[in-house]
Write a protein that binds this ligand. Sequence first.
Ligand SMILES: [Zn+2]
Length: 317
Amino acid sequence: MRAAILHGAHDFRIEELPTPVLKEDECLLKVKSCGVCHSEIHQWNENISGLEYPRFIGHETAGEIIAVGSGVTKFKIGDRAASWVDGKGYAEELAVKESRLFKMSEELPYDLAILEPVACTTNGVMKANIQLGDTVALAGTGFMGLILLQQIKLTGASKVIALDIRDEMLELAKELGADVVINPQKEDYKKIINDLTDGKGVDVSFEIGGVQSTLDLAADILRMEGKLVIFGYHPGERKIKDLGYWNWMAFDIINAHFRNLDTILLGSRIGMKLMNEKKINMKPLITHKYKLTEIEDAFKVAKDKPKGFVKSVIVFE
Ligand SMILES: [Zn+2]
């Protein structure tokens, strides 16, 4: 079987590898799709010291089960499943523990069954514990923000406000249910939000962009004792410039990152259910599709984010 192995910066190579040997509790997945994750871009864009190359990455996988280990009870050959794995996903075949596989409905196309990000957003929304009638803001509506938006709409929030500096993302946010969209570079976001909230600020503010500006923005529009949900991925050094202000405002700071496997699998199970029941629309979010042999292009587009880009996915023939 073929796999794409990352040998260094901008250096994926397609290699022939043996079919993985299954353990008792594993299924063999014929991989049909694997999403390109934002968290992988930096290790492709440059050689990161401390990381070992070559690397066998890819973790947003879905496919068809073509063999099962002797101890597998919940899956059979021919089942369609998305998986939570910690790598080896940019490959035609992948061995996955059955506890990390989640059945897909017949109607859900493989290229839309991008489960791992949905597991993260599901856990993030559950941890934020949004209350009926809350006004919720999203600072940064890229791929993750647009999934969060749809899930927050399911919680009974009264208003969901999307903030992004890319107008085309705001248009998409509106299509997917945002009640108000604001471009903070062009509009007086503080005034708009004050007008919407009797001058108080929003009840819950999700920081999603993972950069200083979205962190500052999320805090700037939050009401006293509101929930500041740090959902963005913040590698390297970041400064909380206004800790004094956050402290004075009595923000409830929620770190929406999860490392415990049980929590991740719970988020995967619930996220899969929402996708199977069409409560999340992934179709407008999967904007760029590539073959395994075009994986360099898939990463390049994910890094450059041309106009209209939301997410790239590798699809296997
Ligand atoms: Zn990911």
